[in-house]
Ligand binder design. Structure first.
Ligand SMILES: NC(=O)c1ccc[n+]([C@@H]2O[C@H](COP(=O)([O-])OP(=O)(O)OC[C@H]3O[C@@H](n4cnc5c(N)ncnc54)[C@H](OP(=O)(O)O)[C@@H]3O)[C@@H](O)[C@H]2O)c1
Length: 338
């Protein structure tokens, strides 16, 4: 624990396009005091999410981070002091606690504050039982409405969300094809993460590979990346297909507007539907999803993978790793021991 100091990364400038790391400024503040209704949390693990790049420069489903504020980040932390009746010293909680050692918070952010069940490994609270697993769960079951026998394509498939989405689609009885960058990720998807096939979008022609792997078309396309891969999938939809708009990481570094799909008339031709969603809208149903996923983990049908790094000074560099495809599974940073 850092004696008397709260290390922070402050958002100092908005990126023009690609991040350089220069957008952040190191700061050392004093440890905050919680007021009535707040808790003081010491961060244990922090989450890296592509959405953070969006929060740095644009208003989206939540406002962009104001310049001069601590960078917004989901985190798991331990309660050091509580002025709320529902939380006590030692509780492990998840919330939006920011790139810093300590946060005094009332939990009234978009993500709320959630007490974790005893025994749950804190890092899993950011991956499988965090936004990624929950996004995968509700995206596949509620928006994708995946059914047995269908053909499902997942982009960004070796990442935190995509790897779980594909496995859940498989558990639901579908055939699952993933797209990911590089042979190593594609091998992992097929050999370990239960995918039926994987397309290395950096070395293969995605459209041709999709035609080969999906001879009857794509029933559900779970999109994490947008851009060319979205267009290639739209061109190969089956009748009545569902396109799940989970994210569009290929567009987040764009200086101007995000590039939209050009093959959208395929939705008309194929009587298909394209629908976006934000996982926090399902907050009241997180326990149901967590219980079901815990069962799949226990019976071996669902695996998770994490890229855990250490070093508080590495935040700006680590966020860029997501955009270079350096992570497999969930990228998290360990800040402190429990
Ligand atoms: N709707 C929601 O509520 C919600 C919630 C959480 C996340 N999301 C979205 O889900 C998506 C995945 O997020 P995640 O946290 O699971 O991240 P992640 O997939 O673990 O990491 C990002 C991955 O994206 C791939 N990538 C980076 N640049 C790319 C590009 N230009 N084209 C294609 N792929 C690229 C990289 O893998 P490769 O090596 O394969 O390129 C990288 O490893 C993001 O779009 C995110 O915004 C949405």
């Amino acid at each position: 624990m850092t004696e008397g100091k709260n290390r922070q990364w402050i958002l100092n400038a908005r990126p023009a396009s690609k991040m350089t790391g220069e957008e952040f400024r190191w700061n050392e503040a004093s440890i905050p005091k919680p007021s009535d209704g707040q808790v003081l949390v010491r961060n244990l693990w922090l989450s890296f999410d592509p959405a953070q790049r969006v929060w740095m420069s644009r208003d989206s489903y939540m406002p962009k981070v104001p310049l001069g504020d601590v960078m917004r980040s989901l985190a798991v932390g331990q309660v050091l002091e509580s002025r709320r009746p529902d939380l006590k010293l030692g509780d492990i909680v998840r919330g939006s606690f920011g790139w810093q050692d300590y946060a005094a918070t009332d939990g009234k952010s978009f993500f709320g504050i959630h007490k974790l069940p005893p025994g749950l490994p804190p890092n899993l609270a950011l991956s499988l039982f965090g936004l990624n697993g929950l996004t995968a769960y509700f995206g596949i079951t509620e928006i994708g409405q995946v059914k047995a026998g269908e053909t499902v394509v997942v982009s960004g498939a070796a990442g935190a969300t995509g790897s779980i989405a594909g496995q859940i689609a498989k558990i639901k009885g579908s055939r699952v094809i993933g797209t990911a960058g590089g042979k190593e990720k594609c091998d992992w998807l097929v050999k370990e993460a239960h995918f039926d096939a994987a397309i290395d979008y950096k070395n293969e022609k995605v459209g041709e590979a999709l035609t080969r792997h999906c001879p009857k078309g794509i029933d559900v396309y779970f999109d994490n990346v947008g851009g060319d891969i979205l267009d290639a999938a739209l061109a190969r939809l089956a009748r009545g297909a569902r396109v799940v708009i989970c994210g569009a990481i290929s567009q987040y570094n764009n200086e101007g507007p995000f590039r939209g799909p050009s093959n959208y008339m395929s939705l008309l031709v194929n009587r298909a539907r394209m629908e976006g969603f934000v996982v926090i809208d399902y907050m009241s149903r997180y326990p149901e999803a967590m219980a079901e996923m815990a069962g799949w983990i226990a019976d071996g049908r669902l695996i998770t993978r994490e890229d855990a790094i250490e070093g508080f000074e590495r935040f700006p560099e680590a966020l860029q790793a997501l955009f270079k495809g350096e992570n497999v599974g969930k990228l998290v940073l360990k800040v402190a021991d429990e």
